[in-house]
Design a protein around this ligand. Sequence first.
Ligand SMILES: NC(=O)c1ccc[n+]([C@@H]2O[C@H](COP(=O)([O-])OP(=O)(O)OC[C@H]3O[C@@H](n4cnc5c(N)ncnc54)[C@H](OP(=O)(O)O)[C@@H]3O)[C@@H](O)[C@H]2O)c1
Length: 260
Amino acid sequence: MTGFDGELFAGRTVVVTGAGRGIGAAVAAAFLACGARVVAHAGRTLEHAETDLMARVPAETRDRLVLLTQDLGAPDGGKALADKVLAEVGVIDVLVNNAGTMGGRIRAGEETAADYDHVLDLNIRSVVDLTGRLLPALRAGTTPAIVNTVSISARSGGSAGSALYSGTKAFVSAWTKTLAKELAPDGIRVNAVSPGTIMTDFHRRYSSDEKLAATAASLPLKRLGLAEDCAPAYLFLAADPLSAYITGQILEVNGGQLMP
Ligand SMILES: NC(=O)c1ccc[n+]([C@@H]2O[C@H](COP(=O)([O-])OP(=O)(O)OC[C@H]3O[C@@H](n4cnc5c(N)ncnc54)[C@H](OP(=O)(O)O)[C@@H]3O)[C@@H](O)[C@H]2O)c1
C-alpha cells in the first residue's frame, strides 16, 4: 500500500527507471495509486520487482503496469531501454530517471577504468541517452515533466569512497538545470529529488549498521528515511496542478541532514 489514491495522474503515462526495488519501487507504486499507466524499468532483471515492487502494487492496478528490464551500466543501455519503452508507448507525460548506484566504495587513487565505465555509464550516460531518445514522446505529452534522482552527496560530497558517485549526481543536478532551461519552450518541466540517507538495499550494500545508526542519531528528525518518504516529492514535481511554476529545482528529502 502506498497511502495514495486518486486521479491525479489518471490517463497519464509515466516511465520510471530502477523501479524494481527501493525508491523507484515506491515511486512507481505511488504513480499507479494515483491513476497513472506506469512503464517500469525494473532493473537488470525482474528478480527484485517480483518481491519489492509487486508487494507494493495492489492486484487491481496491475493492468496499468508494464515491466521492462535493461542493463543501464552498458554503454548503449539508455538507448536500448528507450527503444523498449517506445515499443510500448508513443506518448510520455512523466519520465523519472531513478536507476543508479555507487558501484562500491572506491578510495582516491584506486579508481579503475572499469569503475569509471560502470558508475559514469549508469549514472550519467544512460540518463542522458534515455532522456534524449524519449524527448519526442515527452513533447507529445500533456504538461510533461522529467524528475531525476540525484543525491545529498551532490552537494555534501558524500562520505569517503563515494567521489565518483557523488560527482555523477552533481552532474545530473547541473544537467537538470540546463535541461529545465532548454526544454521550457517545449512546455517540459525538469526537476530533481535529492534523497538523504534512505534505507534501501543501496545502504545495506554500502554502509555499516554502526554508520547508519550514527547518521540517524545525528539527524534533526532522528531517523533514516524510507523509500515512501521520497515518493511524494516525485508526485509533487511531476504534477502540473501542484508544481506548474517550478522547474530547474532540486528538492532535498533528507530529514534535515542538509539544509542548503
Ligand atoms: N538510498 C539512498 O540513501 C539514496 C540516497 C541518495 C540517492 N539515491 C539514489 O536513488 C536511486 C535509487 O536508489 P535506491 O536507494 O532505491 O537503491 P536500490 O534499492 O539499490 O535500487 C536501485 C535501482 O537501480 C537499478 N540499477 C542499478 N544498477 C543498474 C544497472 N546497471 N542497470 C539497470 N538498473 C540498475 C536497480 O536494479 P537492479 O535490481 O538490477 O540492481 C534498482 O532497480 C539511485 O539513483 C541512488 O543513487 C539513493
